[in-house]
Design a protein around this ligand. Structure first.
Ligand code: 5GP
Length: 205
């Protein structure tokens, strides 16, 4: 697998430019305004690229005193883990679950999947998220914002503080990013796609 060469010292733009270049090179536009990035993010995983993304989030959220990273099953887990190495904090992933919260041991919410359209219940054990935690949400894509809003609901239930969202690829022509920012939530997207059309991918600088 070919790995990208990293430009050292160009802090601030490195994480974003690297990811944009990789999307331009290897991203595939699918029907339904879906960007397929299976060769480096969603199936085969370029963990060296993940590390640069983690470093960029670490730089952006410097001083935010994050204590936990929260992501959602399944595609956020890899990038969240590598980012967590940079922050030195644990990762929690919201699990898809068929069982209801009968014993009251979990926080739970529902999320509509962008790619499959189905609604799933996701849960996080009350053991792992508490008041006093400062939480960074991480995910691979931001589209309509359903995944992030689900995780935000879980953070709210736990009494922890939401620091912000670290997104790898924001599809800025879909409403999730604007919705979250209007709520006053800090969203740091490493690549912001403005257009996916006729085989062309455009970015917001
Ligand atoms: P949202 O919940 O913001 O509508 O969509 C975000 C979730 O849907 C992400 O967790 C991601 O897995 C999936 N997703 C949304 N758009 C895309 C896309 O264009 N490509 C891929 N591979 N996944 C996407």
């Amino acid at each position: 697998m070919e790995l990208l060469k990293f430009e050292k010292g160009r802090k601030g733009v490195v994480g974003m430019k690297l990811l944009e270049e990789r999307i331009r090179r290897d991203g595939i536009i699918e029907a339904g305004e879906v960007l397929k990035v299976d060769s480096f993010l969603n199936h085969q995983m370029d963990v060296q690229l993940y590390r640069e993304m983690g470093r960029e989030w670490r730089r952006l959220f410097d001083g935010a005193e994050i204590t936990k990273i929260l992501t959602i099953e399944a595609s956020g887990i890899g990038i969240a883990c590598v980012a967590a190495l940079e922050f030195g904090v644990p990762v929690i992933f919201a699990k898809k679950s068929k069982t209801k919260n009968i014993a009251g041991e979990v926080y739970s919410t529902t999320v509509t999947s962008f790619t499959h359209g189905n609604v799933s219940t996701v849960i996080v054990s009350k053991k792992f998220l508490h008041p006093g935690d400062r939480v960074l949400l991480i995910d691979d894509f931001l589209a309509n914002g359903a995944a992030m809003l689900g995780l935000i609901d879980i953070v709210r239930q736990s009494g922890a503080e939401l620091v912000g969202c670290g997104i790898a690829i924001e599809k800025a022509f879909q409403p999730g990013g604007a919705r979250l920012r209007e709520m006053g939530i800090r969203v740091e997207s490493l690549a912001r796609v403005s257009k996916l059309e006729d085989g062309l991918i455009e970015f917001i600088d």
